[in-house]
Design a binder for this molecule. Structure first.
Ligand SMILES: *Cc1c(COP(=O)(O)O)cnc(C)c1O
Length: 239
């Protein structure tokens, strides 16, 4: 598995390039985030040495465990998992962005903590565009009011929307949940929200990155295609 990480990374970069070409976009428009849950720090290092600069973790525990080995490296870390309010203080030690914001209570407590620290934080709002009950995230129809509610919290810089698309063996079944994030974004921008002139889209994983890029993704989050299978069986998104 170790030796193939750099090769896998090349393949993923090529997939991104090709998808950008095919949809008339430039690679500069799409960032690659490595989803490093369950991946040991020494393997993450290989990807960083190969030029990657952005990783995402799902659990505060894993951020803590890998901190000593990763803190001096020139990388940016994002939180992409379900954030419990009792972990808010700690997660802020490690990450510059939370991509999975979907609750007002979390937003408020983040803001309180950030005020104390005199810091601000980038956030993406997680939207459940597949309507699967197994996933976290706001319903698309709730996002406008959520943004209005968190706008006064000025330590939070609203960077965009994030979704975990519907995964299926049939490509075309995966597309609607990705297209829906783009449509949700376009509708929000059409509302003319004060102070928000753009919203990026974080979507696309190992299975659906091409579709996500075709639907306008600005940030793909890739785990398996670079680091190999985490486990066999079905992904558990709520835990
Ligand atoms: C694990 C994870 C990914 C990456 O999924 P792969 O299918 O392994 O590429 C992306 N986003 C989130 C939120 C994840 O938890």
């Amino acid at each position: 598995m170790h030796t193939s990480i750099v090769e896998n990374l090349q393949t993923v970069r090529q997939r991104i390039q090709k998808a950008c070409q095919e949809s008339g976009r430039t690679v500069a428009e799409v960032r690659l985030l490595l989803a490093t849950k369950t991946v040991p720090a020494d393997q993450i290092r290989l990807a960083i040495e190969a030029g990657e600069t952005l990783i995402g973790e799902n659990k505060v525990q894993e951020l803590r465990d890998k901190q000593a080995e990763l803190e001096h490296l020139p990388i940016e870390r994002h939180f992409i998992g379900h954030l419990q309010t009792n972990k808010i203080k700690e997660v802020l030690k490690y990450v510059s962005c939370i991509q999975s914001l979907d609750r007002l209570a979390v937003a408020q407590q983040l803001d309180q903590q950030l005020q104390k620290l005199g810091k601000s934080l980038e956030v993406y709002i997680q939207v459940n565009t597949s309507y699967e009950t197994s996933k976290y995230g706001l319903n698309p129809a709730e996002v406008l009011n959520f943004i209005k509610a968190i706008r006064p919290l000025d330590t939070l810089r609203i960077k965009g929307l994030m979704t975990i698309g519907l995964l299926d063996v049939e490509k075309e079944k995966m597309r609607p949940s990705l297209a829906l994030l783009r449509q949700t974004r376009d509708q929000l921008l059409a509302e003319g929200l004060d102070g928000i002139s753009s919203l990026e889209l974080s979507m696309g994983m190992s299975q659906d990155l091409e579709l996500a890029i075709a639907e306008g993704s600005n940030l793909v989050r890739i785990g398996t295609a670079v680091f190999g299978n985490r486990f066999l069986g079905k992904e558990i998104w709520k835990e």
